[in-house]
Design a protein around this ligand. Structure first.
Ligand SMILES: [Fe+2]
Length: 412
């Protein structure tokens, strides 16, 4: 089976089916081959690719590599003419696979000289992960010597929240004090933030198995948004003033794609427009006054009527974005509509609401209920689904049943 994987996950033993690069520009003689050495892994990474396509049926597992290379002393199964032996023992390969699961790769560009971090930094070179700077009692200053190391910088998975906080602080201080430097790192911040948020959500018990399949789709969506300067600016504005909305937007995107995938009836393009619309659904909040966005209590009537304007403001922001398909507007414009016609801004009912509007309105409600805010505790998935069921006339019944199924946490 052909699988698209992030280039960071490419390992010795995998069979490369294709890469998004003209072969004339690569050091490889063949178009399809088994990766046999860590040098080849490095060469592919150095092409600057984000993804490669591998054929899992033709790929070797670590055990097979061991059998071929270590037990027999020669590579008999690997079929390139200039074959070299894989230079790792089974123990080393097993350790690598074990370690690889405990760490998260971080973007070097987000480590700024003179900034401080409160988590340990590790270096990943070939298949070895070694400590670069251990965090003990004091914060670690990012120095030239850390930045000039060769290899990938990785952190323990348990440090992801701290890294996320570091990105948030970096965002605020750099954007306010050093706007020029900030421009360089702003895209890396949004990409890293989205990646970490997504990883955390996918590790979260409230996230069903099906949802885990959507990682690649969301990464592509983040890539597209990254290429659009206007949207990046607005997403970053949300991130700066209202971290909740930003986190919530990534969650809604991941959960919406997961739910649509579980239905199995939508095309890749439809899922893409849904995910894009879901990620941008609250983008209009970048135009709402901060005092209202960050109010640590429930909004009064006047404030709420201002808050409701975020839907129309989003329309204004997205208007004229050639990059965007029409379908992307539905989750944005209709995520506060209700099937009973009691929603806003138009008070649409039933089939007047596009399926993407109905789906994102359900996920929006679910994620809001399962997230803690300064003025309310987070509901468990079971409690949140129970609350939604009490108002089921407002929501699409089929989508609700599927959400319950994929979350697997409530029964009739
Ligand atoms: Fe909203």
């Amino acid at each position: 089976m052909i699988k698209k994987i992030p280039v960071e996950e490419l390992c010795v033993g995998m069979y490369v089916d294709s890469i998004d690069e003209k072969w004339i520009n690569t050091p490889f003689l063949q178009h399809q081959f088994t990766v046999k050495t860590s040098k080849q892994v490095t060469q592919i990474k150095e092409l600057g690719l984000k993804y490669v396509y591998i054929d899992s049926d033709k790929s070797h597992t670590p055990d097979e590599i061991y059998d071929v290379v270590v037990s027999h002393g020669i590579e008999v199964k690997i079929d390139e003419p200039d074959s070299q032996s894989v230079p790792y023992t089974q123990q080393e390969i097993e350790k690598y696979y074990h370690d690889f699961n405990l760490f998260t790769h971080i973007d070097r560009d987000t480590l700024i000289k003179g900034a401080f971090v409160d988590f340990s930094l590790y270096l990943k070179k070939d298949i070895n992960i070694t400590i670069l700077q251990k965090y003990e009692a004091n914060d670690i200053e990012i120095t030239e010597s850390i930045l000039s190391t060769e290899g990938d910088i990785v952190i323990e998975k348990d440090s992801r929240s701290k890294y996320k906080n570091y990105l948030k602080d970096l965002f605020i201080t750099k954007s306010l004090n050093e706007p020029d430097k900030f421009k360089h790192i702003s895209k890396s911040i949004i990409r890293e933030n989205s990646k970490i948020l997504m990883q955390e959500l996918l590790d979260d018990p409230r996230c069903g198995e099906k949802i885990k399949e959507c990682r690649g789709s969301v990464e592509e969506i983040v890539d597209t948004i990254e290429k659009n300067g206007v949207l990046i600016k607005d997403l970053l504005t949300i991130n700066k003033y209202d971290y909740y909305t930003y986190t919530h937007s990534v969650n809604v995107c991941v959960l919406s794609i997961g739910l649509a995938l579980s239905l199995g009836t939508f095309t890749e393009n439809e899922i893409y427009s849904l995910g894009m619309g879901a990620l941008l659904h609250d983008i209009g909040k970048s135009s709402i006054p901060i005092e209202i966005l960050n109010k640590p209590s429930v909004l009064n009537e006047k404030e709420f009527s201002i808050m409701k304007q975020h839907v129309l403001m989003a329309n204004k922001i997205l208007y004229g974005q050639k990059l965007l398909l029409k379908e992307i507007y539905y989750p944005v414009m209709e995520h506060h509509e209700k099937l009973t016609g009691r929603g806003y801004p138009k008070g649409l009912a039933d089939n007047q609401i596009h399926p993407w509007g109905r789906l994102v309105s359900l996920i929006d409600a679910y994620d809001a209920l399962t997230t803690a805010r300064p003025y309310k505790k987070a509901f468990s998935p079971f409690e949140a689904l129970s609350v939604i069921r009490q108002q089921i006339d407002d929501f699409d019944h089929t989508f609700f049943v599927n959400l319950v199924t994929i979350l697997g946490s409530i029964s009739d």
